[in-house]
Design a protein around this ligand. Structure first.
Ligand code: FAD
Length: 376
């Protein structure tokens, strides 16, 4: 049995940020367990195929989140500055294209600048998770460990995780921070004794933001659409992409990305190859023959990823889930467990900024409780 002071379940942004805050507080023996082989969670990217060596490392394209809004999201803005990350505005100069319905020719219209301005990070959103990861010195990060069971003993919590080969490990800790979407926290982990039923129901009914969605990215040598006075933005009722944007990386490759407009349930029956072919054909229809020859293309269907989505997410609408209670208010789990993934953020539920907000609230609550328990 492995001993820790705190176990964090999930190494997405919220888990990494909680570990960063705990290290800053001087907490030792923090263990961060992650089911995937990589940290970052919904923050994931595809690298451009090796081209200009000087762009290596930051020539990456977001398959998960792309934008943040510094004017509203002050803490995230501060963290981005503190970590020395560079940001830039979403490219939206020029006209946009609109396909009203299948078979109809695209119409060109004046584009608009989003307000507030959507910002991106050089190197993609993974620049943030990489930089946070790099700050961690003492946290023990163990990837490939899926947490299956939490057992509340008289004085500690036993956290049982399983690796890819099915071997299980038990970790003992005084407190557990759940940094995974509420639906996975409620349905993917067995609690002994059970969580209070209303809390478990609330978590299970909280939609995971963007879990039903899929993204397509096409990488090019040049942003050829800009030379035609186009911003790269398009809206389409024809599909398969419903919304398209310029995804070019300053100093790196040119790119376009789009959100699939085909519902998750329909996508379950289609292979990625079929979708790639149709997405490329749509970009060619909109932006001309050069769009037919991307240097690379990627598709990421989050609804097919069991470490983000559950079957309940297939039919979810576009609402930002809001899990109201982040910790049991009574019973044996009170003080032993708190939840910190983005959906628990009161201010920005589901957003990147929400992962920062919820993690900070969770660590502060733990600190208050720990201080009181130790007679502070
Ligand atoms: C396509 C897409 C586009 C988006 N666009 C934006 C955007 O532009 N702007 C914005 O603000 N937000 C956007 N978001 C939302 C943003 O990505 C999330 O709010 C944020 O990344 C959530 O971070 P998190 O740490 O709370 O959760 P997650 O990133 O989901 O992290 C949870 C972690 O827990 C792990 N895990 C799951 N189950 C277990 C288990 N049993 N044991 C161990 N580990 C487990 C997972 O593997 C994962 O690493 C988008 C999301 C998607 C998918």
């Amino acid at each position: 049995m492995e001993q820790a002071s705190i176990v964090i379940v999930g190494a997405g942004l919220s888990g990494l940020y909680a570990a960063h805050l705990l290290e800053r507080l001087g907490v030792a023996d923090v263990v961060l367990l992650e089911a995937r082989d990589l940290v970052g969670g919904r923050i994931a990217s595809a690298a451009a195929p090796a081209g200009d060596a000087s762009a290596a490392g930051f020539d990456r394209f977001d398959l998960g989140p792309t934008w943040f809004w510094p004017e509203q999201q002050r803490e995230l803005h501060r963290l981005v500055d503190e970590l020395g990350l560079q940001r830039f505005a979403q490219y939206d100069e020029g006209d946009m294209l609109y396909e009203r319905a299948p078979g109809e020719a695209p119409v060109r219209m004046r584009g608009y600048v989003s307000a507030p301005q959507s910002m991106r990070l050089v190197g993609g959103m993974n620049a943030l998770t990489d930089a946070l990861h790099d700050t961690l010195r003492g946290t023990r990060i163990v990837t490939g460990q899926t947490v299956r069971r939490l057992r509340n003993t008289a004085d500690q919590v036993e956290v049982e995780s399983v690796d890819g080969a099915g071997a299980s490990t038990t970790w003992r800790a005084a407190h557990v921070l759940l940094a995974l979407p509420p639906r996975l926290a409620a349905g993917g982990i067995v609690y002994e004794p059970a969580l209070p039923a209303p809390l478990a129901r609330e978590w299970a009914s909280t939609a995971t933001w963007m879990a039903p969605h899929a993204k397509y990215v096409a990488i090019y040598d040049e942003p050829f659409w800009r030379a035609q006075g186009l911003s790269g933005s398009a809206r389409s009722g024809g599909g398969p992409l419903g919304e398209i944007h310029d995804a070019s990386m300053p100093g790196g490759s040119a790119a376009l990305f789009g959100f699939l407009g085909v519902p998750a349930r329909t996508r379950q029956r289609l292979t990625d190859d079929v979708l790639l072919t149709h997405c490329r054909a749509q970009l060619t229809r909109l932006f001309g023959p050069r769009a037919d020859a991307p240097r690379a293309e990627f598709i990421k269907d989050w609804s097919k990823d069991a470490l983000t989505a559950t079957p309940d997410d297939l039919d979810a609408g576009g609402d930002h889930g809001h899990a109201r209670a982040a910790a049991p208010a009574s019973g044996p789990w009170q003080g032993r467990l708190s939840a910190i993934a983005s959906e628990w953020s009161p201010r920005f539920p589901g957003y990147v900024a929400g992962a920062i907000d919820a993690a900070e609230l969770g660590v502060r609550a733990w600190q208050r409780q720990h201080h009181t328990a130790n007679g502070g």
